[in-house]
Ligand binder design. Structure first.
Ligand code: GLU
Length: 312
């Protein structure tokens, strides 16, 4: 544990917080299990770890394999949603914004909600997001890669991971059929599903993700040299939905322990946003019982404690 924790955000200070977070993250990672849901992800070593923070005032720090690409899986749902909202700011009724206590792959939850997704982070909502993004952009994967900064080929969709999910998936296919049955999709299922799996199979590093999420923290000012990525009211809504629904069934636990809007993925990534301050991202593959990265949650908890990051 560092000697002092304060609200300063110099690179040196951030690095001290990351050192403390790293220790907690590695300890917690030992309690988790690497996901087997997508066979290609099961091959990733449980001991890999990376963490990066970027602040709205331009400070950055990182630790571990911070430039290594990993499978962002459901972190892509956040960036696909933001890409969609740029094309269609009023897409919310189609994707929902309320919490759900059903699993992210629940079909029954659709049935209990008039066949509408509860929010854009459960798979039904994410499929609707990808479907609409595909309609607007012609390529939901490229639109999502672009939201991640795209450049220099370091963000790309890994065809091996996508194929691994295509070969083994039944659940997303079932959800897509139910959505189609109730008129919630625009594109044919056999067009939508490969796009969705390729979107989930995007590879990026924690540094890229922390930087790419800064627009969700930068609520007052416009990014240098250009238009805001999303208008401030939309950013507030995205953060609200993240807080309620970004961490599977653990929203209450995460709000209690950390107090930040956050999104996780079964590849072991966790990305958290502190409005007005910055974004922090961890990659640690073993997952806890809620499906969140055990090391990622513990590392962000320690970092947030040290940096004084909480929306409460
Ligand atoms: N590709 C996975 C799925 O759609 C992502 C799951 C996740 O990261 O939450 O089921």
């Amino acid at each position: 544990m560092p000697a002092t924790c304060s609200s300063q955000t110099s690179g040196k200070q951030l690095r001290e917080y990351l050192d403390a977070a790293h220790i907690q993250g590695l300890r917690a990672a030992r309690t988790g299990v690497v996901s087997r849901q997508v066979p290609a992800l099961a091959e990733v070593s449980a001991t890999r770890f990376a963490m990066a923070v970027a602040t709205v005032d331009g400070a950055e720090a990182h630790i571990g394999e911070s430039d290594a690409g990993f499978s962002i899986q459901s972190l892509s749902k956040l960036f696909a949603l933001c890409a969609l909202l740029r094309h269609e700011p009023e897409a919310w009724p189609a994707v929902g914004w309320g919490p759900s206590d059903a699993g992210y792959g629940s079909v029954a939850d659709l049935e209990h909600n008039d066949w509408r997704p509860r929010n854009p982070f459960v798979n039904s909502g994410a499929l609707v997001v990808t479907d609409r993004l595909l309609m607007h952009s012609g390529d939901a994967v490229s639109a999502t890669v672009e939201m991640l900064g795209g450049g220099a080929g370091e963000v790309f969709s890994d065809p091996r991971v996508a194929q691994s999910e295509i070969d083994t998936d039944h659940r997303n296919s079932a959800i897509a059929h139910v959505l189609a049955e109730h008129g919630r999709l625009v594109n044919p299922i056999d067009v939508l599903l490969p796009q969705y799996f390729a979107q989930c199979a995007i590879t990026a590093s924690v540094r890229t993700l922390a930087r790419a999420a800064l627009f969700l923290a930068d609520r007052d000012s416009e990014p240098s040299g250009g238009q805001a990525v999303l208008d401030p009211a939309t950013v507030r809504r995205v953060n609200a939905v993240l807080l309620m629904s970004g961490m599977y069934g653990a929203a209450g636990d995460i709000a209690y322990r950390i107090g930040l809007p956050a999104k996780s993925g079964i590849g072991g990534g966790v990305l958290a946003v502190m409005p007005g301050r910055g974004a922090v991202c961890v990659w640690s593959p073993p997952l806890d019982g809620d499906g969140n990265s055990a090391g990622g949650v513990a590392a962000i908890e320690e970092f947030a404690r040290c940096a004084g990051w909480s929306v409460f």
